[in-house]
Structure formats: structure tokens, C-alpha cells
Design a protein around this ligand. Structure first.
Ligand code: ADP
Ligand code: 5GP
Length: 211
């Protein structure tokens, strides 16, 4: 992929991927980080699951039927896609590729398979952060408190959470979402450090400065 500088200072674009078991607080944290870093653009995935109360098509997800989703798989529309908790989820390819090539910073919330697929495709330009709940008990309380899933779905998500958590080792960073403000500040520090990492600087810009 072509690597271009962005307007903020001649740096390459980047995809910041957040994963966590469902109910840990990814959506809440991504919103908090985006409020602090308004230049972050959020990738909107497609899914075959039904919208939850308050979710909007085109803002939270693009909600598709199974048939529409499978048609897009065949067309090669997705950067990566996966079945998560019995539904299909996929990240549109063109959008991310174009934004990173244009030097933009993208944030997205993906499951573990999705995050690893992004790292495979953009090894130098993807930063993976795994968010842990303070405990499995706290996770259960958050899932119950959110009141968006029935008891069977919550039990299934808790079961899958254990397998997901074991895969933290593939990530660049791990953050515990205990106190929201603290976790959001940690994510912000990671993001800032990665943006300012020397490898992200475009050598041409430095040469221009020295010329
Ligand atoms: P996810 O996107 O990971 O499924 P959500 O962002 O929907 O999770 O959060 C799940 C629930 O936990 C929500 O009710 C949210 O308000 C709550 N929550 C998120 N972060 C915290 C936190 N640090 N402490 C307590 N509750 C939290
Ligand atoms: P939810 O249904 O709670 O919104 O999301 C369920 C899981 O699917 C979460 O772990 C979320 O990060 C993941 N997910 C959302 N969009 C995508 C995507 O485009 N690709 C992949 N692989 N996972 C996704």
C-alpha cells in the first residue's frame, strides 16, 4: 500500500484496533477516545445481527441481511470478515485502505480474528490494543447492566470471553477498563506515542526541512 504523509506533520496513517470481550466497554472507550482526538475516523463495519435499541444504520453498523452480506463477501468487498457470536461482521476494504494511504488515523473495534487480519494486511500501520475487564464477574455485571442481550446470549458471550482473553498475547498493548477515565487516558497515551513514533515519520519531510 502507498504510504503518504498526513497534514499534521508528514506522518503515515495508522489503524488503531481495539478488541475486548463483548461488554468490557469498547464502544464506551472508543467514544471517549474519539472525543479527545477528533481527528480519529471510525471505521463502520457491516453486520448481519439486528440493530440494538438506539443503534442507527450507517452510524453504528451497516445492517445487512445474510444474503446481502454473503454477496459482498463474494465481491471481495471486505478487508476481513468473521462470524462472531453467531452473526457475520466485516470491515469494508476500500475505505480503510484509502484512508490509511491518505495519511489518516482510523479507529475500529474488531474481534480477535479481525484484529489479527488487519495486522497481517498492514503490519507497519496497525496498532492492536486488547482491553480487559477488571474481572469476569465485572464483565457479567456490565453485560447484565447494559440490558441489551438475553441471559442465554450473556452466558454465551462470557464463555467466549475466556477464549478471547487468552489471545491477548498477540496484541501490542493491554489496558484494563477498570475506571473509565483512567482507561481512556491510557488509550490516549498509547495513541499519542504511536502517532509520534519515529518510524511513522516520512523521511521526505525531514529531508525537505533540512534542504
Ligand atoms: P462493548 O462495546 O465492549 O460491548 P459497552 O461499551 O457497550 O461494551 O459497555 C458495556 C457496559 O459497561 C455499558 O453499560 C457501559 O456503560 C459499561 N461500562 C463501560 N466501561 C465501564 C467502566 N469502566 N466501568 C463501569 N461500567 C462501564
Ligand atoms: P457487537 O455485536 O457487540 O457490536 O460486536 C460483537 C463483536 O464483533 C465485538 O467483539 C466486535 O468488536 C466485533 N466486530 C464488530 N465489527 C467487526 C468487524 O468488522 N470484523 C470483525 N472481525 N469483528 C467485528
Amino acid at each position: 500500500m502507498k504510504k503518504t504523509a498526513n497534514a499534521a506533520g508528514g506522518r503515515r496513517g495508522m489503524v488503531f484496533v481495539i478488541s475486548a470481550p463483548s461488554g468490557t466497554g469498547k464502544t464506551t472507550l472508543v467514544n471517549a477516545v474519539r472525543a479527545r482526538f477528533p481527528f480519529l475516523e471510525q471505521s463502520i463495519s457491516c453486520t448481519t445481527r439486528r440493530p440494538r435499541t438506539g443503534e442507527k444504520n450507517g452510524r453504528d453498523y451497516f445492517f445487512l441481511t445474510d444474503e446481502e452480506f454473503r454477496h459482498r463477501i463474494d465481491e471481495g468487498y471486505f478487508f476481513e470478515w468473521a462470524e462472531v457470536y453467531g452473526h457475520l461482521y466485516g470491515t469494508p476494504k476500500e475505505w480503510i485502505a484509502q484512508r490509511v494511504a491518505a495519511g489518516k488515523y482510523i479507529i475500529c473495534s474488531l474481534d480477535v480474528q479481525g484484529a489479527l487480519a488487519v495486522k497481517d494486511l498492514l503490519p507497519d500501520d496497525a496498532v492492536l490494543v486488547f482491553v480487559l475487564p477488571p474481572s469476569i464477574m465485572a464483565l457479567k455485571q456490565r453485560l447484565t447492566g447494559r440490558a441489551l442481550d438475553d441471559i442465554a446470549a450473556i452466558e454465551r458471550r462470557l464463555e467466549e470471553a475466556r477464549d478471547e482473553i487468552r489471545r491477548y498475547i498477540h496484541y501490542d498493548y493491554v489496558v484494563v477498563n477498570d475506571e473509565l477515565e483512567h482507561a481512556a487516558a491510557l488509550l490516549g497515551s498509547i495513541l499519542s506515542s504511536e502517532i509520534h513514533c519515529s518510524k511513522r515519520w516520512n523521511a521526505d519531510i525531514i529531508e525537505k526541512m533540512l534542504a
